[in-house]
Design a protein around this ligand. Sequence first.
Ligand SMILES: NC(=O)C1=CN([C@@H]2O[C@H](COP(=O)(O)OP(=O)(O)OC[C@H]3O[C@@H](n4cnc5c(N)ncnc54)[C@H](O)[C@@H]3O)[C@@H](O)[C@H]2O)C=CC1
Ligand SMILES: O=C(O)/C=C/C=C(\O)C(=O)O
Length: 480
Amino acid sequence: MQKLKNYINGELVEPQLGQYIDNAEPATGQVYSQIPDSTAEDLEQAVVAAEKAQPAWAALSLEKRAEILTKVADAIDGHSNELAKAEAIDNGKPFSLAKSVDIYRASANIRFFAQAITQFSSESHAMGNEAINYTLRDPIGVVGCISPWNLPLYLFTWKIAPALAAGNCVIAKPSEITPMTAYLFSKICNEAGLPRGVLNILHGTGPSIGNPLTTHPKIKAISFTGGTSTGAHISRVTAGMFKKLSLELGGKNPTLVFADCDFEETVENVVRAAFANQGQICLCGSRIYIERPIYDKFKAAFVEKVKSLKIGDPLEPSTQHGALVSKPHMDKVLSYIELAQEEGGTVLTGGKQVTLKGRCRNGFFVEPTVIEGLTNDCRTNQEEIFGPVCTIMPFDSDDEAIDLANGTQYGLASSVWTNDLKRAHRVAKEIEAGIVWINCWLLRDLRTPFGGVKSSGVGREGGLEALRFFTEPKNVCIKY
Ligand SMILES: NC(=O)C1=CN([C@@H]2O[C@H](COP(=O)(O)OP(=O)(O)OC[C@H]3O[C@@H](n4cnc5c(N)ncnc54)[C@H](O)[C@@H]3O)[C@@H](O)[C@H]2O)C=CC1
Ligand SMILES: O=C(O)/C=C/C=C(\O)C(=O)O
């Protein structure tokens, strides 16, 4: 069975304590590889390598750093089929989605920040005839990046790319549930000529390697994407250590459908927003509010479209809906469907585990599920399910729609479907979320600020926000 290795100082190495954990393929339920269960000992080795490499990496010209990172992006493109297949096997997502979304974005993330750093500038503040201030933005040094399992290489590169472009050296921890593409990426970095020690990748669980990483005194900034409770834990354990924290956490995102929307286009996109990646994207619209005059018509068209999604082997080109990432996650999703019915909800379609034939007969497949008849304050509508489950509810006015949308502890993303420009502006202003899409969903410009409010996180990723996060500003004041 394949044994993955850590990537430290440009080399693929075994964990020092020799401990491994199993890694299963969600579509078959079979363990197919093992990954290092890394510990503080491995972290120490990585910190030494990163500290040693950092001054020379930071001293490279921006153009040279950009050139090396661009070679890494080119190498991702060169291996895109292999990476997409690995992602589909490791995560359970359809190969077609892995290729067109995950691996495409992984390369785009690195290419984008390679260019962005060459355009990065800082402020100056003149004090009349007395003095001028200018701001230097230096790399922080060694930083930590922790990424989740839902968009494995996509989110891994979304974090490491700005950190590296800004001149930091990185210790990155991919999710132990989907380690494979980060492992393949370590080989790609060597192939592309990334200098030794600039990026170090440690595999393993939150308790064994995540905790040591977040609390290591030499790691001065942590960028984390994952569950809200893990984000809260990281805030607690780093309190008093004065680290920079960027926390991109959960969501329970509202989709507001107004009667004047473009009907067909809206149905199609609201289905995608709810069920893309089996509903396992923090941006998925899982609470769908529909203006009453079109509620019945929308419900019928929406349910019909959801029923037509093809569930199947992630490696089959025609599959639209793959497996959930793990058995515990599938059980969690199924328990929420049960809870929704206990809370008075009616399942309009879906609701059950799917048993496929052949190779995938033991896989973790759940039907795309639509539920109606619930109140906004029930647990189903308040807690992040992070799976192929959405609820639909009617509303009667703009104000009611805004209140319903804002009625959770989360505030990550939202989408609004209307042809009324004034309403679109007003609703966008009133919604408590870091991201509002009008007549679209997951349309991404990598220059824009990305992140959430309330329990959805702290700080923003993307564009200049990310480069600012991964640099330390220093003001220099010169008297004339
Ligand atoms: N982007 C998002 O919004 C995501 C949300 N989730 C939510 O979180 C729930 C739980 O999923 P998990 O995989 O358990 O997410 P998680 O938050 O535990 O995992 C995310 C990353 O954090 C790491 N981690 C876990 N404990 C840590 C610790 N103490 N210190 C440092 N790093 C740690 C994990 O190993 C992984 O790399 C999901 O059901 C979903 O509701 C999960 C993944 C992504
Ligand atoms: O940056 C994006 O386009 C998407 C990010 C998605 C997440 O952070 C997530 O699902 O966790």
